[in-house]
Structure formats: structure tokens, C-alpha cells
Design a protein around this ligand. Structure first.
Ligand code: FMN
Length: 209
């Protein structure tokens, strides 16, 4: 296994979602699949029942003889029954020495989300060069993925979701200190309650008593 990367409620208690990533290496694929199965089962066994468990996979290494979409489909088919809620479909970029040819362009990883979703029925997330509302909306409306994930565009435009919600006519809450700049009638954002933040609050309360 090349890398395991957990973005989690463990380090960010305000975000009660656990996102795991496994990037497959060509060797010992069976062992890697078994490892993914074991880790997923172990995590599902200890996190709260209602906490969504997302896994990021590298759907292909983009390398001849490397991990590929067929293997990803087979893996994804095993993950639903183990309690994974959504497969986030990334790809490659982990083997610079192997000269992977990655056709980076808008939507270039969407076909993986679409294929895994279509073949296994599990929910999938699409990521990679998705930057506009229309692009994200089209992917969802065409049933190519269930969730859109975005990274760099949020660095460029951190309030992208709030602007998109406004344009689409959804009411979204804004941080209380920004309300003076928000559309009329916008509600103030309430802090999210997670099991971990509730636990910390209760520890603070008991320490103060
Ligand atoms: C600041 C930053 C941190 C990232 N960290 C990770 C990471 O830990 N694991 C990962 O698989 N991808 C990571 N990525 C990659 C993004 O999740 C995403 O796959 C990539 O940026 C392509 O999507 P985009 O075109 O919307 O940026 C990161 C990207 C950025 C900009």
C-alpha cells in the first residue's frame, strides 16, 4: 500500500465524517484489498452508527499493469456491505517514477465515479478540476456521481458554496460575523455538534465543577 490518508473526525471534531484513502500499489493486490477490508471493518466497528464513512480510492494508477478501474469496481463492490457509504474516486499521481500519463482536464476522473456507481450501486464522489456550478450540477443531474468534491477552487474562492447556494435559491447560513454582507434574511450559522465536540464540552464542564 502506497499511502493511507485519513481526514477525519479524529483530527477535526467539527466534521463528523471519516474519509480514508488507499492508493494501491501493483504488487500484492489481494493483500492490499484484504487490508482495506480489514481497516474499513475495524473503523466501521468503532465509529458511531450514523457517521458517514467515505473512502478515497485511486481508481487507476494510469500505469500499464498497475491498479485499474476493473480492480476498483471489484473493490468498491465489497465495500458497501462492509459499511462504506461513499467511494470518492481519485486517481494516480502517486507514481512519478513510473511516468504515468494522466490526461488532466476538467472532469477527467468523473468516468471512474460513474462506472463504479453504475457497476456496484454504491454512492460515489467525483473530484478533480471541477470548478463551476454548472459543471458540478451537470455531473449530478446526469447521474454520474452522487457527491461533488472540490479542493483548489475552494482555496481560490472560499465562499463558493455560499455563492452557489444563493444563485440556486437555496438558503444557506452564513458565519454570524459576516451577516451584514449576506443576502437579506440569511440565518446565522450555528456551530455543528459532533459526538467528539459534545464529549469535549462535557469534559470541560466536569473539569470546571
Ligand atoms: C491543500 C490541498 C490538500 C490536499 N490534500 C490531499 C490529501 O491529503 N489527500 C488526497 O488524496 N488529496 C489531497 N488533495 C488533492 C485534492 O483532494 C484533489 O484530489 C485535487 O486537488 C484535485 O481536485 P481539484 O481540482 O478540485 O483541486 C489536496 C489538495 C489541496 C489543494
Amino acid at each position: 500500500m502506497r499511502a493511507v490518508n485519513a481526514h477525519s473526525g479524529l483530527s477535526e471534531p467539527e466534521l463528523p465524517t471519516l474519509l480514508l484513502e488507499f492508493h494501491g500499489a501493483p504488487a500484492a493486490v489481494d493483500e492490499e484489498v484484504e487490508c482495506v477490508r480489514e481497516v474499513v471493518s475495524a473503523i466501521r466497528g468503532v465509529i458511531p452508527k450514523g457517521m458517514p464513512l467515505f473512502i478515497r480510492i485511486s481508481a487507476t494508477d494510469w500505469i500499464e499493469g498497475g491498479w485499474d478501474i476493473e480492480q476498483s469496481i471489484a473493490l468498491a463492490g465489497q465495500l458497501g456491505p462492509l459499511g462504506v457509504d461513499l467511494v470518492d474516486c481519485s486517481s494516480g499521481g502517486i507514481s512519478p517514477a513510473a511516468n504515468a500519463k494522466i490526461p488532466v482536464a476538467p472532469n477527467y476522473q468523473v468516468p471512474f465515479a460513474e462506472e463504479i456507481r453504475g457497476e456496484t450501486g454504491i454512492l460515489t464522489g467525483a473530484i478533480g478540476m471541477i470548478t463551476s456550478m454548472n459543471q458540478a450540477d451537470t455531473i449530478l443531474r446526469e447521474g454520474r456521481a452522487d457527491v461533488i468534491l472540490m479542493a483548489r477552487e475552494f482555496l481560490r474562492e472560499p465562499y463558493w458554496p455560499l455563492h452557489a447556494a444563493h444563485v440556486e435559491g437555496f438558503q444557506a447560513s452564513w458565519p454570524a460575523q459576516y451577516l451584514r454582507a449576506a443576502p437579506q434574511g440569511t440565518p446565522a450559522r450555528e456551530p455543528m455538534e459532533s459526538p467528539e465536540s459534545a464529549r469535549r464540552a462535557s469534559v470541560r464542564t466536569s473539569a470546571a465543577e
